[in-house]
Design a protein around this ligand. Sequence first.
Ligand SMILES: CC(C)(COP(=O)(O)OP(=O)(O)OC[C@H]1O[C@@H](n2cnc3c(N)ncnc32)[C@H](O)[C@@H]1OP(=O)(O)O)[C@@H](O)C(=O)NCCC(=O)NCCS
Length: 175
Amino acid sequence: MQARSAKLPDAMAIEQLIQVHVGSGTLLPRSFSDICENIRDFVVVENEGEIVGCGALHLYGMHLAEIRSITVTMKSSGKGAGRVLVDALLREAKHQHVTCVCLFTRIPGFFARMGFRVVNKEALPDKALKDCQLCPRQNACDEIAMYMGALPKTTILSRRSSSQRRYVHIAPNPA
Ligand SMILES: CC(C)(COP(=O)(O)OP(=O)(O)OC[C@H]1O[C@@H](n2cnc3c(N)ncnc32)[C@H](O)[C@@H]1OP(=O)(O)O)[C@@H](O)C(=O)NCCC(=O)NCCS
């Protein structure tokens, strides 16, 4: 099983892979146009020419990236595809000089096996500002935040208008 960067012709397969887990709230919905716009975030894993899994790395800045939309087909689960995807996304993070990779999950056991550690959500304000404010489960979030690397000391997102956004120090780190 091998991971490769996704290309636009993969967008439909990616949409279908993600859609399977949207109803349960396991994955955030990603529209076809959103996937196309962000196709360079995605890697896919193939088995005998068929796409059997996908995952994305969302870049906030050098201080933080987030693993999102990671999934493997039922038929292929338990055969190492998930690990192949995580490894590929971590390689991409390293390639981009990212110092911390985070994710929000309900299956911390899987990501702990990959080397991630649990952290307070408050330690990752970029993620909260990007997604949590719009999430219907905002005040009843049952996801666990995890990270690998050096926890960020800065955040790039803020309530300021985007033209004013720069790195802002977050201190002390509430990890
Ligand atoms: C989570 C998921 C991507 C794992 O993919 P996979 O291909 O089955 O995982 P792998 O076969 O690569 O497993 C790697 C290791 O993780 C373990 N593992 C797999 N799923 C696990 C889980 N849910 N909880 C704990 N450990 C898990 C495996 O036993 C294996 O351990 P080992 O290396 O010690 O043998 C897949 O089950 C999936 O698509 N789930 C539905 C979508 C989802 O929950 N995505 C995560 C959202 S944050």
